[in-house]
Design a protein around this ligand. Sequence first.
Ligand SMILES: [Ca+2]
Ligand SMILES: [Ca+2]
Ligand SMILES: [Ca+2]
Ligand SMILES: [Ca+2]
Length: 460
Amino acid sequence: MNRRLLPLALSTLAVLALITLFGHRDGAWAGTFNPELQITFESTTPETPSDFTSVFNLPKGDVNFAGVVSFIPKEWGIVRGDKIPVGADVGFLTAQATLGLINGACKDVVPVEFEMKNASLDRNDTVSFDDKDDNKTADYADDKDKNDILDGIDHYPEFLNIVFKDQQPFRRSAGISPVAGIPIMLQFLIFPPGTKIHDEIPSDEKLGYPTVTELQNVGDTSAEPEPGVITDFCTPLLSRNTSFGKTPDGKQLFVTPQAGAYDFVTVSVGQRDADGDGYENGFDTCAYDKNVGNPRVPYDGDVDNDGLDVACDPNDNPETGGTNSDQDADGYMNRGDNCSQVANGQEESKVANVGNQSDKDIDQIGDACDKNRDTADGELAKSDPSVKITIGGGGTGGAPKNCPDCYVLGSAPPGDGNSSSSKDEGGSSSGVIIIVVAVIAAIVIIGGGAALFMRRRRGS
Ligand SMILES: [Ca+2]
Ligand SMILES: [Ca+2]
Ligand SMILES: [Ca+2]
Ligand SMILES: [Ca+2]
């Protein structure tokens, strides 16, 4: 198999990621990270089912996000997932992601659309992210029981049990859409207030319900990287997510609280940029040398157009054989390789201690070429923007009294087995390890308070 042209392998997908938020510029941050967020409600009448839409815009030239978690105020009425039919329509998301394909400049704008469905919470009835039955379709995108609901929706993806350990969401929505011929799964998971999502994300109950956006299997530490066709994922990124207040047949989904003013807080993190040239490590094939050109522009600072800026290209002259889309011949094309000039591919991982794109400190620079293997290079840009929403003209606030199926603060989330009991508290226990950083090839999105995470760059 020609590894360079390996189609986006299913397990490598991580293709879309998205997010929400906005931001400020961090003084220590050499690049820019200024996400813009808007949240709008169809109705701000108290105690009423209401659609809400969040628009997230990360301008061109900013570093991409690494992770995002949005919080929904704890007074909001959120119907438990086990009270909504599995497969019911609960919202939709559209996004425009900018990708670099097959070692080209990062400039291809790819529209993505997901119809979100209410999804199973039963962690004991799982479906694989792989193609275990070898029918050429990943198991989550099959419909083995032929009920017109894809298996990633009516069964719980088993990788979520790795990513979130023993944390049980009480609401999950999922959408599965083809991108470049590959079924991509996007999920929104809502956890009880106080749930610890990640060390970098506050778990203060006062912030409300943490909502996480999961794109593909980001954060699954058991997944092995493979080369793929998406070699970069960069800004600009625009997404628009609408969550329905009720299903088409009138079932409540999100209900506004009593009159009052509420803060929607988003915690967001931008990717690291070790050399401070404005290009995040995962997007920078010369991570330790300031680029001469712009990797969004073909040939800029890269005469032979092989994806290696002249700042570190050992030969940038096409006339003398400089052009080489995989400089170290490890199967990962330069732009999709976290060590563009040191072999650390699938073969090397078997013979040398460099791992297959392994990156211990998750700074998007592979162990094989990382100058500080145990300490991340570059600062994380952080931003915790918030939007204040006033319901009913203001008041003292409180949860809606007309939502019998809404999650009750302090109760055990549904989901384990028959939901007769719950071994998790959803509280703050052990950790979820989502990696707040990096990934390339991932795009994600988020929505009305959802979050996103990306995993380390996985493959081209
Ligand atoms: Ca650079
Ligand atoms: Ca070059
Ligand atoms: Ca390499
Ligand atoms: Ca590293």
